[in-house]
Structures are given as C-alpha cells and as structure tokens.
Design a binder for this molecule. Structure first.
Ligand code: OAD
Length: 243
C-alpha cells in the first residue's frame, strides 16, 4: 500500500473512533530538531552512558554534572518548536471524543502544540522538585548547581530516571487509555523501555487497531496492524488531512 493509501486507512479508522490514544517517543521531536536517545548520529546515548546522567546514583555522585546536562537539554527544548506531527496529534484530540496522548518525552512539545489530555510518563524538565521535601518549582535556568529549594535541599529535575517508579498514577491512567482505545498510535519510539513499551501489547490485546509510525522497525512492529516506515511529522499531518 502506498503512503497515501496507508494514511487513508488510518484516517478511516480514526473517523469512526470515539476513543483513541497515542504513545510517543523521542522520534516525535526529530522534526523539531531535537535528538533521539538511540537513533542517528546525534543520539543522546550514543557517546554518553545513561548510568552517569540519568540515575539517582549519578545525581548523588555528581549533581552538577547531571544538572549541566539537563540544563543543556532544557535550553534545546526552549529553542525548539512543535512540528507538524505534534500539531496533528493535538488536532486529533480536538476531533475525537476521547484522545489521550501518552508520551515518554520530557520536552513539553505536545503541550505547546495544544494537546491537553497528556500523560507525561517520564516526567518533564520544565519543573524540578526538592530531593528533601518534594516541593515542585519551575526549573531554574541559571544559578548555582545544584539549585536549592527554599528548605535548603537540592533540587532535581522532575524526570524519571532509570530504576525509579513512574509519576504516581501515570501508568494506571496510561493503561486505561491504551486498554480503552479503538485506535492506538505508536509514534517515534524504539519501544524498548518498559513499562511504556508494554502499552502497545495492552492496546493490542484489548482489540485496538494499532498503528506504528517510525522510519525503522522496532520490537513493537509485529504487534501493529499498520507499521509505517515514515517520519511522524510527515505521516500524521496527512492522516489528519484525510480525516
Ligand atoms: P529512542 O531514541 O529509543 O527511539 C526513538 C525512535 O524514534 C527510534 O525508533 C527511531 O527510529 C524513531 N525515529 C527517528 N526519527 C523519527 C521521525 N522523524 N519520526 C518518527 N520516528 C522517528 O527514544 P524513546 O523510544 O523515546 O527514558 O526512548 C524511550 C526512553 O528511553 C526515553 O523516554 C528515555 C530513554 O532512556 C528516560 O529517560 C527514563
């Protein structure tokens, strides 16, 4: 089937759906100029060991190093703008009675694109929380490292690090959205990080029509009804156009 025919097949499914959901990953923000973690020459984990930057142990060992990396990313997020893929998913939320966007991304671009029913499974970098008293504040872009809470405790980025639980209630809400969806879109994720990746199977087993959009095959591909070898910023706007 051609690109256009695949997009039409997905649009046909979405037109009659009253409940749909999407799971997004770093590939979703490639057309906004942000790197992914594992694909391409700019991949964040290509020349860096996540264990030195994205674990509670790394933060305890060298909070300034961890903070420098997150501040760099926060600046990159601020300089980026939502791309046509983000805008298309926001438009799907407006057109479909219930459309929940489950994202592993911490860049906030779905919210800036206008999506409202968003579950940020891995937290966000816009806010920080106190490692001592858990107070949340907007992430300070400059100043001492690590930044300090009013109570004196060190602030940490409000993201999920390896070995940490997801934000309270986030997985439960995501599971319900996946299990209740008639159409489930999987866009821009390598589908290797759990429990997020497991949502594809949850949707599939609940009978959803599962659509993957990714230039590469992933472990989720065999669980999908349609797997588009495409950029999300190209395919999703076409789906919306054909709705
Ligand atoms: P990855 O970097 O693992 O995967 C990005 C995926 O996007 C790859 O499968 C690419 O093929 C695909 N991709 C590249 N360009 C694309 C485009 N233009 N359109 C669509 N897809 C494209 O990123 P995630 O799956 O998001 O976790 O990674 C999952 C988690 O691993 C992240 O949330 C992060 C990371 O460690 C934490 O930090 C807890």
């Amino acid at each position: 089937m051609s690109f256009q025919a695949q997009a039409r097949a997905v649009a046909d499914r979405l037109r009659t759906a009253t409940r749909a959901a999407a799971l997004s990953g770093a590939g979703m923000s490639v057309e906004s100029g942000l790197p992914t973690f594992r694909s391409g020459s700019r991949a964040l984990w290509r020349n860096r060991d996540p264990m030195t930057l994205a674990t509670p142990e790394a933060f305890a060992r060298d909070p300034a190093l961890v903070w420098e990396w997150y501040r760099e990313r926060l600046r990159a997020h601020g300089a980026a703008t939502p791309n046509p893929g983000h805008l298309a998913l926001a438009e799907l939320e407006r057109r479909i009675a219930t459309f929940t966007l489950i994202t592993q991304n911490v860049d906030g671009l779905h919210l800036r694109a206008g999506s409202r029913d968003v579950i940020e499974l891995h937290g966000d970098v816009r806010t920080s929380r106190c490692a001592s008293c858990a107070t949340r504040v907007p992430t300070p872009l400059d100043g001492e490292l690590p930044p300090r809470c009013a109570c004196g405790g060190p602030l940490r980025p409000n993201v999920v690090w390896f070995g940490e639980p997801l934000p309270p209630g986030a997985y439960e809400r995501a599971w319900e959205a996946a299990a209740g969806s008639e159409v489930f879109i999987v866009a821009g994720t390598s589908a290797v990080v759990f429990p997020a990746a497991g949502l594809v199977q949850v949707a599939r087993e609940a009978g959803a029509f599962v659509v993957e959009i990714n230039p590469d095959e992933t472990p989720a591909t065999s669980s999908c009804d349609v797997s588009m070898r495409a950029a999300s910023g190209a395919f999703l706007p076409l789906v919306v156009e054909l709705l």
